[in-house]
Design a protein around this ligand. Structure first.
Ligand code: FE
Ligand code: ZN
Ligand code: FE
Length: 167
């Protein structure tokens, strides 16, 4: 990098930067999800979160593969957005006494994280397609589908039971 050049110059640079952003998110979520699972009570919610924890570990591995396909070493960059979502999740969970209300709060936090990931992967896939990285777009699309599936499951658990029990 020259004296007057910024770190992100091209669309390829921006793409790699966002790959590193989402890599950081996925790694952080593998650490945050077990804490939410511990606090959740509803059996279907717990099972869904556990399943998504396994998927999330696989998302890290998929990103490892994407870095490899780009000839890059895997690594993350700080993502203040997901830091904030997780910090808020832990703060709110710490303030809810009632177990049923806590489940509703956990679902809300989980959906905030999933929607962030869905936004990021959607952008990454669009950029990969534009940059001619069709194979990478395909790998990222597998993860995007699992994020959407996790979001749908959280909606279903909330609307069929948890919200009613909590209210
Ligand atoms: Fe993920
Ligand atoms: Zn981010
Ligand atoms: Fe996720």
């Amino acid at each position: 990098m020259g004296l007057f050049t910024k770190e992100i110059e091209t669309m390829d640079d921006l793409f790699v930067h966002m790959l590193r952003d989402v890599y950081y998110c996925e790694q952080l979520l593998t650490k945050a999800l077990p804490k939410l699972i511990d606090k959740a009570t509803d059996p279907e919610l717990r099972a869904g979160l556990k399943n998504h924890l396994e998927q999330t570990e696989n998302h890290v591995e998929r990103l490892d593969r994407v870095f490899d396909m780009q000839g890059l070493r895997p690594g993350g960059v700080d993502c203040p957005a997901i830091d904030g979502i997780i910090k808020e999740a832990n703060e709110v969970a710490g303030e809810v006494a009632d177990k049923n209300v806590l489940d509703a709060a956990i679902i809300a936090s989980g959906q905030a994280a999933e929607h962030y990931e869905i936004a990021r992967y959607g952008t990454l896939i669009a950029w990969a397609n534009e940059l001619g990285l069709d194979d990478i777009a395909g790998v990222l699309a597998e993860t995007l589908e699992e994020e959407k599936e996790a979001d749908r499951l959280l909606t279903a658990v909330a609307e069929t039971r948890v919200n009613r029990v909590a209210a």
